[in-house]
Ligand binder design. Structure first.
Ligand SMILES: Cc1ncc(COP(=O)(O)O)c(C=O)c1O
Length: 391
């Protein structure tokens, strides 16, 4: 079936239509001889453990509850696991945290912002140039890219103040929350200056604003065996998770300080002010439980895989005279030429059957989101393909 039924503009021209996925590969073309592609895109980093999804009998047969009216076991376990993991990384008491299981990253950011607005009774937001937090609702209010904002500028709230990435702005007591990516992901994997996130914490404390970490892209093990990079230094009030938190099952989560969640939502009202049909979905809950379990039991594997990719990529970038940015299983290679990332991604796919994502604000980079389960042979394949594609 061709793509003519899809909305226009949602697909790369000439890109193959994938027909299957297994382990670290995707396949396109007809059976019995589909073409395998080594997948270093992994659904924009969502499938940290490869394409084999944790869909066992427990997940498929789980009671779904009824939204937020009637709970269910798997959701309660996932929420508890999220709170335990965050509390562990912060050396906090687990009862200090509350969590919510959702589906997309945008939903998580939107819910976190609503939580902050209601908990503080303020309406200001601070966000950073180059930041990406999703394109829905209030997530769009803190996403910087003009291509996402301009068509809807009349509808987007005007209470966001923008600061350059890495700069801690002087804030007023009208600010409800600061929304920050611990690593700017979509902008091309840009690290924070070492002092940035902890100084943001201090500025938030000075004016009584809440600090929201958007770890949708860089969290849940993608940048090391933590739920969110730098969480211990900056002690965020709310953490948004997505992508890798579902281990390939579509899932996101908001983990919030208990007193913040209570101030926002505990009003004793019969009808909640914010909900959704699939809140606490059992499949999403199963994915989250799998991810948190893997963070606990396979942390060493994550660290080793990250070190192997670093050892592979550093000499290639150096030989090519290109900037390499990243950590763990999240890396960007910058061609230094606007649009160069798209050309490089196309060469890697067409000539070497390696799938990466073009990235960067000017399209100069490629981002690699390898699965933690790539074999030595697959790493060798990339070590051969990448220098040739860079050419
Ligand atoms: C940091 C960050 N936040 C939020 C989102 C939005 O997530 P979703 O596309 O699942 O809505 C993304 C997506 O790339 C992201 O990178």
């Amino acid at each position: 079936m061709s793509a003519t039924f899809e909305f226009p503009g949602f697909r790369l021209p000439g890109a193959p239509t994938f027909t299957g996925a297994l382990g670290t590969s995707m396949f396109y073309g007809a059976l019995p001889t589909p073409t395998p592609v080594l997948d270093l895109a992994m659904v924009f980093g969502s499938r940290l453990w490869g394409h084999d999804l944790p869909l066992d009998g427990d997940a498929l047969g789980a009671a779904p509850g009824v939204g937020d009216l009637y709970g269910h076991e798997l959701r309660d376990k996932a929420c508890a696991a999220l709170c335990v993991r965050v509390a562990q990384e912060l050396h906090d008491d687990v009862t200090d945290w509350r969590s919510l299981v959702l589906h997309t990253g945008s939903e998580a950011v939107e819910t976190a912002i609503k939580t902050a607005l209601r908990a503080t009774g303020r309406d200001g937001m601070v966000a950073f140039e180059g930041g990406y937090h999703g394109t829905f609702g209030l997530a769009l209010a803190v996403t910087h890219g003009a291509q996402f904002r301009d068509p809807f500028w009349r509808q987007i709230p005007t209470t966001t103040t923008w600061a350059p990435w890495g700069v801690v702005p002087a804030m007023t007591n009208e600010v409800a929350c600061v929304v920050v990516e611990p690593w700017q992901g979509r902008a091309g994997v840009i690290p924070p200056p070492s002092w940035f996130l902890s100084l943001l914490r201090e500025e938030c404390d000075r004016v009584g604003a809440l600090l929201i970490f958007d770890a949708v892209l860089c969290g849940a093990g993608r940048t090391g065996a933590t739920i969110a990079e730098a969480i211990a230094d900056a002690r965020p009030d709310i953490v948004c998770l997505g992508k890798a938190i579902g281990s390939g099952i579509v899932a996101s989560a908001v983990v919030s300080r208990a007193e913040v969640a209570a101030a926002a939502w505990d009003r004793g009202a019969v009808e909640p002010a914010h909900t959704s049909t699939s809140i606490g979905d059992p499949l999403a809950s199963a994915g989250i439980l799998h991810s948190i379990g893997a963070l606990q039991s396979r942390g060493a594997e994550l660290e080793a895989a990250g070190a192997a990719w670093q050892a592979l990529l550093e000499p290639i970038a150096e030989a090519a005279g290109m900037q390499l940015r990243g950590t763990g299983l999240l890396w960007a290679l910058d061609t230094g030429t606007p649009g160069g990332g798209m050309q490089l991604a196309k060469r890697l796919l067409d000539e070497h059957r390696v799938l990466v994502v073009p990235s960067g604000l000017d399209g100069s980079s490629i981002t690699l989101y390898p699965a933690a389960t790539c074999s030595d042979l697959e790493l060798e394949r990339v070590a051969e393909a990448l220098p040739r594609a860079l050419g």
